[in-house]
Ligand binder design. Structure first.
Ligand code: 13P
Length: 289
């Protein structure tokens, strides 16, 4: 199946009370693992590149070609959208031109008026090309690719104004944090999430960033309250690193050409695939393709 935009399947998730996974890719192995996991779970999925990951891989065109061609070569039949994660304004426009199906314009670090103006422009340009748009209000805490957020809760009035741009899904801080959650993390703020969903109504899908390390019950409660896309990056990195460490610590790289990258990277790749299947199950989107 060719790549599709995210609007329809994320809105379907919002309507039926489940969430779609947004998994970040970093290279060929990550891409194959995420796609294999989605296919195995029979779930729609967003495969996403941060600006840093795209730079690492050689640019957005490389990412687009890689994901599109891998979907084809693996005979992936579930709906897959290629999404830009936390894009600056210029990067969002570049991805729209290149063929991404979905872009996040993250202007959350800008003064709100500027964030809103740029969001309107990205929505207009993206929708003219059939591309879905995610915007953000209230920075997500933690650090991702050098972008550091202070972890504020999204202002409800700003959420209303941002949703009025006609965006397809909205990321809003509700106490979530990118990366590893600190010991003293107080959890998601469900009261705040309720305020946002009460204000926006049932038609605006919300995005939960920092999906790694949030307890299952909290993730599922947030989904039942209107979260329709959950982003996961760090946990894929952790399971890949752990499986690779185990392989090397067991000395397997010394056995029978075990240093061959096709063998060395296989356990980590398999671990990502399994994590994707497991998280899709948590999110309730198994068999929703
Ligand atoms: P984690 O790395 O914490 O899973 O967050 C991913 C994310 O929100 C990508 O935008």
């Amino acid at each position: 199946m060719p790549l599709v935009r995210g609007t329809e399947f994320v809105k379907a998730a919002r309507k039926s009370g489940y969430a779609v996974g947004g998994f970040n890719t970093n290279n060929l192995e990550w891409t194959r693992a995420i796609l294999a996991g989605a296919q195995e779970a029979n779930a729609p999925i967003l495969i996403q590149t941060s600006m840093g990951a795209a730079k690492y891989m050689g640019g957005y065109k490389v990412c687009y070609d890689l994901v599109r061609d891998t979907v084809e070569s693996m005979n992936i039949t579930v709906p897959v959208a290629l999404h830009l994660d936390h894009g600056a304004y210029e990067d969002a426009l570049e991805c729209i031109e290149i063929g991404y199906n979905s872009v996040m314009f993250d202007g959350s670090h800008l003064p709100f008026a500027e964030n809103l103006e740029k969001a309107k422009d990205v929505v207009a340009k993206a929708h003219a090309k059939g591309v879905s748009v995610e915007c953000e209000v209230g920075t997500i805490g933690g650090e991702e690719d050098g972008i550091i957020g202070s972890g504020e809760l999204a202002d409800v009035n700003e959420c209303i104004q941002m949703a009025a741009t006609g965006l397809d899904y909205l990321a809003c801080g509700i106490g979530n944090i990118h990366g590893v959650y600190p010991e003293n993390w107080v959890g998601l703020d469900f009261g705040h999430l309720k305020e946002i969903t009460d204000a926006l109504g049932p038609d605006v899908p919300l995005v939960l960033h920092g999906g790694s390390g949030i307890p299952k019950e909290q993730v599922q409660k947030a989904i039942s309250m209107g979260i329709s896309k959950v982003n996961v990056n760090t946990e894929c990195q952790q399971v890949f690193a752990a499986a690779t460490r185990k392989y090397i610590e067991e000395g397997k790289d010394h056995d029978d050409k075990g240093f061959d990258p096709r063998k060395l990277l296989a356990p980590g790749t398999k671990a990502i695939e399994q994590l994707v299947v497991d998280r899709i199950e948590w999110f309730g989107s198994t068999n929703k393709a």
